[in-house]
Structures are given as C-alpha cells and as structure tokens.
Design a binder for this molecule. Structure first.
Ligand code: ADP
Ligand code: MG
Length: 707
C-alpha cells in the first residue's frame, strides 16, 4: 500500500469535533467542569461561562479554517437547516476587523422561522424562532468546497417555547425515559446509576447511480425517484448483489465517505451492498440518542456530498425504482445507564433476570398500546411505497422476540414464573477447517418491523430519507409511560417479588398478540393480524391521525414531550408535506410526459410511418406488417398516454383548489396517486416498444447496472 493510501484513523477520528477531549484540553478547568456537569446532569449555562466556551470554540474553529458559524438545526422538513454568520465584527478605527463569537451567540440564535413549517404554531406576526445550543451534542467544523463552518447543534423553538423542530421533543423524551427507568432500577435495588440514556445505531440504506445518468432523468432530479421506467430484463432476482464484492469505484467512494465521517466523529463502521443492484448500506457504531440522530443527518449529507466528487449521485429516496427493493433505516435502540449497564442485555440466564423480563414486558406493552403511533413515527411520503406495499417491512407493527424469549414469556403466562432458558444450539458448518460456532439464541428474522436482536431492539420501518428523531421520540416516550405505570404498581406493592412476577405475567398475557415470529411479508400474517386486532395503517395519511388520539395526547402531555397544540401542528405539517410532495411528483409527471415522452414517441411514429411509405414505394411486394402493427400499437399507447395526462392534470387542478389539510391529503393519496399510476402504465409500455436510441432518458437498466 502506498503511503498516501494509508489512513491514520485514530488521528483523524473526531479531528473536526469540539468534543470532550478537546474541551478538556482547551477550556479553563473550572469552565470545563461546569459544562461537563451540565452535560451530565442538565441545567442552564450562565453567560460568563458561555462566553469563555464560545471564545475557545471560535479559536479552535478558526484553526480548522472556519470563517463562519451556524446554528445547525432540524426543522420539521426532515432535513437540517442552517443560517450562516461570519465571525467578523464591525471594522475598528484602524480599519481591521476582529473575529468574535460571544456566549450569547453560542447558546441562543434567532432565526426567521417563517420559512419553516410550523403547522399554525407560529402566528404570522410572530415570525421569530429561537435556536438554542444542545450542549449534549458536540459542535463540529464542516469543511467542504464552500469553506469551513463551525456548526452548533441546536434545538429550534417558537417565541413562546413551542417546539418547531425534531430535537426539542427528542431531548424531552430522553429525559422522560431516563427518569422513569431510574425509578424502575431503584425498585430493583440499583443505587449507583444516575441516568439512563437511549442508545441508537441507525443503519442507512441508499442507492448510488452515475451522475450523468441522473441528470438526464428529470424525475429523479425533481422528486428523488423515478416516475416512469420499465423493468430491465435483469432485476434483483439473481440475488448476486447482496454482500457481493464492492466494486472499486464504489469502494473508493465509501472510503472517502468514511474519512469525512470519521473527521466529524461519526463512527462509520460497516458498509456492504444491499439486496437491490446499486443499493448499499452503511452503519455507524451506536451513540446516545440525540447524537445518533445528528450523526444520521451528517451521514445523509456526507453520502450525497461525496457522491458528487466521484461522478455519482446518492439517492436516499425510499423507493427510487419501482419493482426494485426500496431503502430504509434500521433504528437499533437500547437503554444504557451512566455506569455502563445495557438494560436490554438478557444476560446468560434470561429466565432468572427478572429486571430484564419486566423491562421486556413493559416494551411489549408499550409497543402494543401505541402500535399506531409507532407506525406513524415512520411515516413519510416515500415510505408509502414500502410499508404496506408488498415490501419490507409490512405496515403492521409486531414484535419479534426469538424462540428463547418467547418461550420464557410463555412459561410466565402459564405459571407466573420461568424455570429455564432454551440454549443456543450448536451449528455445524460441515467443513472440518471451520470451527463449529454456536448459533445465537435468537435467530434473525428479517421481516419483522420491531425485532429483538440480542441486546437491543431494531425498529426497521423508518424511511431512508427520514430523520430517525421522530421514531426515537415515540420509542422513548411510550417506554417511559410503560415504566411509569409499572412503577406505580410496584412502589405500592407489599411483596415486591410477587408483584413483579404478577406484572410480567399480566403484561405478557395481555400483550402477547403483538408477538409474531413468522414471516411478516406473507398474506396469512395480514389476515392473522386483523384477527388479533392489530392496526394495519397502510398509508401515511392513515397514520397521521395517530399523533392526536386521546391516548397519544395524554401520554405526550404527561411526560412533557409534546403539548396538544404541538401535536396538532405536527399533524397539519405532515398532511401538508404529503400534499406538496405528491403535487410535485404529479406535476413532474405531466411535465416530463408533455415535453419529453410525447415528442419522442411522435418522432418514433414518424420514423415508422416513413419506413412504411419508403418500403411500400421501393418494393410494393415486401411485407410491412411489423412496422404497421408497431405503428398501430404505439399510436394507441400514445393516445392512452394523452388521456391519462389530461386526467392527471384534472386531479391536480382539483387538489390545488382544495383547502389544506386532511381532506386534501387524502385526495392526493386516492385520486392523484391513482391518476399517476394510470399515466405510468402506457408510458412504461411505450418504453418497451420505442427504439432505445430515441427514448428521451436512460432506462432502469442504464441507471442501476451502469455504476
Ligand atoms: P446487523 O446485523 O443488524 O447489521 P450490527 O451488530 O451490525 O447488526 O448492528 C447494527 C447497528 O446496531 C449498529 O449501528 C450497531 O452499532 C448498533 N447497535 C449494536 N448494539 C447496540 C445497542 N446496544 N444499542 C443500540 N444500538 C446498537
Ligand atoms: Mg440490522
């Protein structure tokens, strides 16, 4: 390996992060201790301390080449937003400028909130929004072609303190689950843990295609997904891509992504090809929930940015190609104490680990009670093509526990206790030189939306483009509620041991229906789930109302995660996002059909007609049935296309005239979507008939096999 190919990971890791080690090194000891205490225990930073931190942060950032700073936040659009300010102050008398950054600028910023969705929370006369430093997520310097910027992770609230972002409720939910988990741990005699933090590792799937091809596809450029496209002769049926060796161009890209992410302190760990051609996945090592959420945003940004440098385009849409696997995120979630215990670790003898079993039973209860809400937390427009649309995972929430834990709970249901744990069986590889390894006690189930995988739960419904914030807000809060309810019972119990056993039995019995270890993609499961009374919310518009059910509102208000008005506003925003997105897609379809497809097909029919005429005059005896039947067929399809375009345009006009809100969103879902599908059909048929050299855009085959 030549020298310039060697990467010193240890040296570059976190080099652009103002992390704990950097703070310890650069901040006066008193200031460092104070900040550290606030990070660990919460509390507010005073202005003097903030001034010192801001100054050191600025000096450090300038050494990294930063000229600007920004409060980096996550409004409800799903992507991050930022407003850049330079460090420069007004020129002094001598004409020189100073580079300054005050504590006030660090901890609080003012952003014009009017350009971000607020769902009616922010009256138009009060356009101000405030960003506040989340000091538990470290600041970092982002370097790219545009220069270097100090980014300060922040929460974003309205003037009256209502959350306008993803971060604020996330932090609130983390506090809620910590408080209730500590309550629960105390009951089991734990006096050492002071805080419990959700740990999150978000695996990210994405597609990589050639950028030149991408630019020729207006549908991808406008909407992130293909709106037309016939299937290539070879799809993913050979399954030769999954874990296939990574081609050099892609490998070079991934290496660059890793370096960028490592500098930002993101622990990018694994990369591999995914099920579909051109599809890949990356996973970081898990981190505390809010940091993991920030990091996932950085991962998405970096995947896109680095792709450009390699002549590639990264597609994060949940379903860029119809008929080919879509992309999602696996949100791995567990609870970790400040003294290093993973509360979801079953230990060697799970049947004896009553604390673990109670926690497990609480999670079952939480997921069963709030299945609709959890489903809603993963709803985004693109995800409608995956969830409930014959693809992984289904729209029905169920929990996979694996044989061992399911058996222990079954023992509880039958007898109120458990006496043994099924052991992992030996697995023989049948090859003498390979060691036989023990099979994990819990086998993998790839079709479950919520699967226990050893010492964590894996929520697999989140869309590839979406923030994982919302899902973690819901997870943290529903589990906080279940813990609180268990504590309410146990704190008043006369005989704690008996009460715990009774509670595990009760929860396991009542919520057994949510457990499903079988094939989540099968038709039988859909019918079985209906029999069990589990919700099957197929579309985003069906899931949105789950935010404002009485059960949701009561829970979120009890734990101060969302107020009713915040939930109402989120509901409105989601409907609006849905309507806007489909509107863009529908208009893009009409546009592409009108300006690219119809003209190309007309050109092709002219070629056919000319050919018929030329052949006829050159040689009247020669058969021309191929040309004539093709001409007839293509012309008929063209006619169908025209009719479908008109119909789609009509539905768009009707939708646009409707008032914003649920009804409009439903109209988009039912009428506009249907009209879009109807337009796609004849166009995809045409693509199969028209001379490839005349088709106005690269085909699916070009897009997914030419990388
Ligand atoms: P998989 O086979 O599903 O890819 P991995 O072991 O590679 O499983 O882990 C996937 C993700 O889960 C990684 O991001 C990893 O850091 C994360 N993870 C592992 N343990 C935990 C945990 N206790 N809590 C949260 N996330 C975890
Ligand atoms: Mg996984």
């Amino acid at each position: 390996m030549s020298d310039n190919m060697k990467i010193n990971v240890a040296k570059i890791f976190g080099e652009n992060v103002f992390d704990d080690a950097t703070m310890q090194e650069r901040l006066p000891k008193k200031v460092y201790i104070k900040l550290h205490q606030i990070i660990a225990e919460g509390g507010e930073l005073d202005v003097e301390t903030a001034d010192v931190i801001a100054h050191e942060m600025k000096e450090w950032a300038i050494e990294k080449g930063a000229t600007h700073f920004t409060h980096w936040f996550q409004p409800l659009t799903g992507v991050t937003a930022e407003k850049h300010d330079s460090f420069i102050t007004a020129p002094m008398d001598n004409g020189k400028v100073l580079m300054s950054f005050s504590g006030k600028e660090l901890i609080k910023g003012e952003a014009d909130a009017s350009s971000f969705p607020s769902g009616g929370l922010r009256a138009t006369f009060e356009a101000r929004g405030y960003t506040a430093w989340d000091c538990t997520s470290p600041a970092f310097v982002r370097q790219d072609a545009g220069g270097a910027t100090l980014c300060i992770p922040t929460a974003f609230c309205s003037y009256t303190g209502e959350a306008l972002d993803q971060k604020t409720p996330l932090l609130r939910s983390m506090e809620a689950v910590s408080e209730q988990a500590i309550r629960l741990l105390r009951l089991f005699g734990n006096t050492s843990s002071q805080k419990v933090t959700p740990s999150v590792g978000a695996e990210q799937e994405y597609f990589l295609i050639d950028r030149d091809n991408y630019l020729k596809r207006k549908d991808l450029v406008f909407t992130g997904r293909t709106l037309f496209g016939a299937m290539p002769p070879k799809g993913q049926e050979m399954e030769d891509h999954y874990f296939g060796s990574i081609r050099e161009r892609i490998a070079a890209y991934m290496k660059d992504v890793d370096i960028e992410l490592w500098k930002l302190g993101v622990t990018s760990k694994t990369e591999h090809n995914e099920a579909a051609p051109a599809q890949h996945e990356m996973a970081p090592i898990y981190a505390q929930c809010n940091v993991a959420v920030d990091h996932n945003q950085l991962v998405m940004e970096t995947l896109k940015k680095v792709a450009g440098r390699h002549g590639l385009q990264c597609l994060l849409h949940e379903k860029p190609f119809a008929g080919v696997n879509g992309s999602g995120k696996h949100n791995n979630w567990s609870l970790t104490t400040d003294d290093g215990l993973n509360l979801l670790d079953p230990g060697k003898k799970p049947h004896e680990n009553v604390q673990f079993l109670l926690i497990l039973a609480c999670i079952l209860k939480a997921v069963d009670k709030h299945a609709g809400l959890l489903r809603a937390s993963a709803a985004d427009v693109g995800n409608d093509h995956r969830l409930g649309a014959h693809e992984a995972p289904p729209a029905i929430i169920s929990v996979y526990l694996g044989e061992q834990l399911e058996d222990i709970l079954a023992q509880y249901i039958a007898t109120g206790t458990a006496t043994h744990s099924i052991k992992g069986k030996g697995l023989s590889t049948g090859v003498k030189t390979l060691p036989d390894f023990r099979k994990d006690a819990a086998d993998r189930n790839r079709t479950s939306p919520f699967a226990f995988t050893g010492n964590k739960f894996e929520f697999r419904m989140v869309g590839a483009m979406d923030s994982v914030a919302q899902s973690n807000v819901v997870l943290n809060t529903i589990v906080a509620e279940a813990f609180a309810e268990a504590c309410d019972v146990l704190e008043n119990a006369e005989n704690f041991d008996e009460a715990v056993h009774d509670l595990i039995k009760e929860y396991a019995t009542t919520h057994e229906r949510i457990i499903f270890n079988g094939d989540g993609y099968s038709e039988e499961w859909v019918a079985e789930a209906a029999r069990r009374g589990l919700p099957n919310l197929k579309a985003m518009v069906d899931a949105i109302p789950e935010y404002v059910t009485n059960e949701s509102v009561e829970m979120f208000e009890r734990f101060n995660v969302f107020s009713r008005s915040e939930l109402e506003s989120r509901k409105e925003i989601e409907y609006e996002i849905y309507a806007k997105t489909i509107n863009i897609e529908a208009r893009a379809m009409v546009d592409i059909a009108t300006k690219q497809i119809v003209p190309a097909v007309i050109r092709y029919t002219t070629v056919l007609a000319d050919s018929i005429n030329s052949v006829r005059s050159a040689c009247p005896q020669a058969p021309i049935s191929v040309q004539t039947s093709l001409l007839k067929e293509v012309s008929a399809c063209l006619e169908d296309t025209k009719v479908a375009m008109l119909k789609l345009q009509q539905t768009i006009d009707i939708a646009l005239a409707m008032e914003r809100g649920e009804e409009q969103a439903r109209y988009y879902r039912e009428e506009v979507n249907t009209a879009m599908e109807a337009l796609r059909k004849p166009v995809d048929r045409l693509e199969m008939m028209v001379d490839k050299s005349m088709w106005p855009m690269p085909s699916y085959g070009d897009l997914i096999f030419e990388v």
